[in-house]
Design a protein around this ligand. Structure first.
Ligand SMILES: N[C@@H](CCC(=O)N[C@@H](CS)C(=O)NCC(=O)O)C(=O)O
Length: 209
């Protein structure tokens, strides 16, 4: 079997897929690109993904996949015993699918539109407003997750790739302290994943101290 190539940027959504790979046992390599500044690396990214977003995954057969949720599901297909998702007949499977889509389709877009407001709004005042409303929505969505889960993991007693999303995304706005203050169950998930020795190389590559 050939290896997977994961194109990313430190601390970005690519870290979620990198963590899933690290737990899966599948062979993979990472390539980190400068995605925020114009230049050859960003141009390479646009050739791979017309949206100019990471993560991008190059499969062993050379085909290209975008969208972190699709990559995570693909890794689960290829490594079903890795503990990344409850099996299709497990009663926890519907909740897994529901939260996975919620994370990528509701929470992640608040960053897509809030990270660089100048892309979408010309006036400075409007840009500040776009940033503020996307941040407020982001916080509202996380609070919904917090009240919707029992812990200690996103799926109760079952660990899954959802916990990797929480780990990585809790580094983003509004930041880890906000999670400690307002979403203690999610904060504990992030801390527990953070302490997983199998993810130490992913941690070092994405958040070098
Ligand atoms: N729906 C995509 C979102 C990916 C995304 O927004 N990635 C951000 C980094 S975390 C990005 O590449 N932003 C660069 C840009 O928009 O220029 C996914 O789940 O993979």
């Amino acid at each position: 079997m050939g290896f997977y190539r994961l194109i990313g940027n430190p601390g970005c959504g690519s870290a979620i897929v990198e963590a899933a790979f690290a737990l899966s046992g599948l062979p993979y390599q990472t390539e980190m690109l400068e995605i925020w500044q114009p230049g050859p690396e960003r141009e390479r990214l646009f050739q791979l993904n017309p949206l100019g977003q990471v993560p991008v995954m190059i499969l062993p057969d050379g085909s290209i996949m975008t969208e972190s949720g699709a990559m995570v599901l693909h890794i689960i297909d290829r490594a079903p015993g890795a503990g990344l998702a409850p099996s299709p007949d497990d009663p926890a499977r519907p909740a897994f699918l529901r939260w996975l889509v919620f994370l990528v389709a509701s929470i992640y877009p608040t960053f897509t539109y809030g990270d660089v407001p100048a892309r979408y709004v010309n006036e400075k005042e409007g840009q500040a407003e776009l940033r503020a409303v996307t941040e407020a929505e982001c916080q509202r969505y996380w609070r919904l997750v917090e009240t919707g889960i029992a812990g200690p993991w996103m799926l109760g007693e079952t660990r899954s790739a959802l916990d990797l999303y929480v780990w990585v995304m809790s580094h983003w706005r509004p930041g880890r302290q906000w999670f400690r203050d307002y979403c203690p169950k999610l904060s504990r998930i992030a801390d527990a994943v953070d302490g997983d020795p199998r993810l130490a190389p992913v941690k070092a590559a994405n958040w070098p101290s």
